[in-house]
Design a protein around this ligand. Sequence first.
Ligand SMILES: C[S@@+](CC[C@H](N)C(=O)[O-])C[C@H]1O[C@@H](n2cnc3c(N)ncnc32)[C@H](O)[C@@H]1O
Length: 263
Amino acid sequence: MPRVPAYFDAFLGAIAQGAAIDHVHLGYWDEPDAVGPSQARAGFGRAQARLSEHLIAMLDLQPGDRVLDVGCGFGGTLHAICRTHPGVMPFGINIDARQLRVCLRSDAAAANAAWVAADACRLPFADAAFDRLLCVEAAFHFASRSAFFAEAHRVLPRGGVLVMSDFVLARPPLPPGTIAAFADRLEADFGPWPALWTSLDEIRCNAERAGFALGMTDATAHVRPSYHTIAPDDRAELSGGVVLRELHRLGCLRYLHLRLDRR
Ligand SMILES: C[S@@+](CC[C@H](N)C(=O)[O-])C[C@H]1O[C@@H](n2cnc3c(N)ncnc32)[C@H](O)[C@@H]1O
């Protein structure tokens, strides 16, 4: 059974204390260069919702579409879909049943959503069960992106679409000890992250082998103000957020919005 990311314990603890958390992903700013640290922190929740809006727009949803959000977190993106596209049939899956209980929060727009505990690489659905699949910043956790792509291909009909955002990390040009420390920190803070170093070419190859045509929008520059929240500049010790910020600074982190069209 795949491991639930340990960092969700803190989010679930905060929710138990009354916090409202819709999204667990980076934010998206239309004009990232115009955003200072305090503005970025104050607007982080809105920017997270904006990132979801971008991905939802890429789905080209139609009334009646069966939509599955894979690795749905606390359901923020699926709830947003239910509000803007009330005619769709929404499903969310997550490896963590605790998160799914949060997804069930009262929201009239999402009353018809189904929340299922399952592994993204072993989807408990029939062939061609969905028209649209979404996966927001979750595939880096899965045992293998290619196993997920194979399952996504199976549960979509010809012409179906998978839209996802994902980190693509390149091994940085740093001493081996530093690279090992970065990898250990990312695994400890944001793991499981089985295929840490990868490339767009590798993802494209996996997607095409599974039977998809891959389209890509590079959102890297637009997510940069997120580091003011996940790795504030005054934090000296190495954390997962600091590693992501440093990889970004070195040009070794890309944040991609991907659209996979099933052939
Ligand atoms: C970074 S969070 C993103 C959550 C949500 N998509 C969002 O954007 O708010 C990654 C999510 O993937 C889920 N996840 C991790 N491994 C999974 C797996 N093998 N199958 C299904 N979900 C998984 C986690 O529990 C978590 O909800």
